[in-house]
Unconditional design. Structure first.
Length: 138
């Protein structure tokens, strides 16, 4: 159900003032568009987005079928803008996922370069494409 979750997040991004993924995931969880049983406060939306971010960070590419195999298998280095280096070992997977969620946001790329935002017709129906771009916050 990841496509449905991402579609809600993208919709909220384009129709609200939120851009940080933490805010967008919380907004989606509050709406609970997939009607998950949240009686026990299970953070299903957060879990799915963390896994998605991890997969993207470690090898998933939009142009290839995702096999689930990571390009990095031992550890992960993140160099922050101020030069600090963060090192996450495979044993620090939870901290790595938290870092990704807490330090990313959605952004819009060039509409002319990427061909989104314009209305087009297909089989008598009107459509438009939206762009999903994830960036690190500063």
């Amino acid at each position: 159900m990841l496509p449905e979750i991402l579609s809600q997040i993208v919709f909220d991004f384009y129709s609200s003032e939120f851009s940080h993924l933490t805010d967008l995931v919380n907004k989606t969880a509050d709406k609970n568009p997939l009607n998950f049983d949240i009686e026990n406060e299970h953070k299903f939306y957060e879990y799915k987005i963390k896994r998605f971010l991890t997969d993207v960070a470690l090898g998933m590419m939009p142009s290839q079928v995702w096999t689930g195999k990571y390009d990095a298998t031992g550890g992960y280095l993140i160099v922050k803008e101020n030069g600090d280096v963060l090192c996450y070992h495979i044993y620090n997977k939870n901290e790595f996922e938290d870092y990704l969620l807490n330090n990313t946001k959605l952004d819009t790329a060039s509409s002319s370069r990427h061909g989104f935002g314009e209305i087009y017709e297909e089989d008598g129906e009107l459509y438009f494409k939206l762009n999903l771009q994830i960036r690190f916050t500063k």
